[in-house]
Design a protein around this ligand. Structure first.
Ligand code: FDP
Length: 352
């Protein structure tokens, strides 16, 4: 069978790719691109991250078979009931981060306090190990969200060190556990790259290089069950896309999975708007700044989109008051988020 010399060979009807970019290769190439001053610590940290994603993907896939569905009988720091898989996902994450030796501070949705590891790790990791877990028992897609900060060389590692804006993230992303496990990774000032887990090879393969979110798309994603509590500008925005006044303009389609990672991944791929606004019932919003909003905002911005808070500030500039602090969020296609900001402005809500 002759090779075409471009990394692919013809085998029967299908083309078999023989020059594959795995996440491991991608990370090594990124490290080499940075030159000799790159120590390889970030690469090792990412290897540990990818192991935790593979493990969580494995347990989610087997959950119904090995009695991992249902509640663990406890609730986490933010008051949510913990599922057995929340607990296991968190343990996997904590252990892999500790084991890699490169992390000094870990903030997890499932842990009340920041975890400080011994040793000289120079990174801080924030994570929601299993986001969207109310969907778990129904087999609906959930995900892991993560962000990575670099600490100062002499940092002792304190929870307060984590109260920083998303603009200081050196990398962020998420893995969605759906029909396949899809990992999206972005680094500061870089592009957004998507990898799909090949279960047989046990490797994440680069399948979506340089992802760009479409500039506009008539899809909105929000929990409409909260509309009773929405503020006036919020109501006005959603009215405007559901009942457009301009002749010939079609109303938007609604899509809401209820797992931020899955809704964000669809928004990244197809475009549109995902929102979890602050409202009269939850004036600070529901989603957590450090390990949900900021990492997602970085992905959206690096893919050409936008992410803002309910008071229309750039999400990445928000400094959380405590590690589990929350915010309202509107994120997605550039033109869709811009439209939100324009309507809020008409109602007197302007970023300060
Ligand atoms: P969950 O409570 O199932 O963990 O922040 C968690 C989150 O899910 C997000 O993944 C999701 O977007 C949102 O909450 C769903 O909240 P609602 O059920 O209130 O719509």
């Amino acid at each position: 069978m002759a090779s075409n010399g471009s990394g692919g060979g013809h085998h029967g009807d299908s083309e078999v790719k023989t020059d594959i970019i795995t996440l491991t290769r991608f990370l090594t190439e990124e490290q080499h691109r940075l030159g000799p001053h790159a120590t390889g610590d970030f690469t090792l940290l990412c290897h540990a991250l990818q192991f935790s994603f593979k493990s969580i993907a494995y347990y989610i896939r087997r959950a119904t078979l090995i009695n991992l569905i249902g509640l663990a009988g406890s609730s986490n720091m933010t008051g949510d009931d913990q599922k057995k898989l929340d607990v296991i996902g968190n343990e996997i994450f904590v252990n892999t981060m500790r084991g890699c030796g490169k992390v000094k501070v870990l903030v997890s949705e499932e842990e009340e306090a920041a975890i400080i590891f011994p040793g000289h790790g120079k990174y801080a990791v924030v994570c929601d190990p299993i986001d969207g877990s109310s969907n778990l028992d129904a087999g609906v897609s959930v995900g892991t969200i993560f962000g990575i900060f670099k600490l100062d060389d002499d940092a002792e590692g304190r929870a307060e060190d984590m109260l920083r804006p998303g603009t200081e993230l050196v990398a962020s992303g998420f893995t969605m556990y759906g029909a396949s496990a899809n990992l999206v990774l972005t680094m500061k000032g870089g592009s957004v790259n998507g990898f799909t887990l090949d279960n047989a090879l046990g490797e994440f393969i680069l399948t979506h290089p340089d992802m760009k979110i479409p500039k506009s798309k008539g899809i909105y994603s929000v929990n409409e069950g909260n509309s009773l509590y929405w503020t006036e500008p919020c109501k006005a925005y959603f009215e405007s896309i559901k009942y457009p006044q301009e002749p010939g303009v079609k109303p938007y389609s609604a899509r809401y999975i209820g797992s931020m990672v899955a809704d964000a991944y669809r928004t990244l791929c197809y475009g549109g708007l995902f929102a979890y606004p602050a409202d009269k019932k939850s004036p600070k919003g529901k989603l957590r700044i450090l390990y949900e909003c900021a990492p997602m905002a970085m992905v959206m911005e690096n893919a050409g989109g936008l992410a803002v808070t309910s008071d229309q500030r750039r999400m990445l500039e928000v400094v959380p008051e405590h590690i589990h602090d929350r915010s309202g969020i509107f994120m997605g296609s550039y033109n869709e988020v811009t439209k939100v900001t324009e309507i809020f402005k008409k109602h007197g809500v302007v970023a300060k």
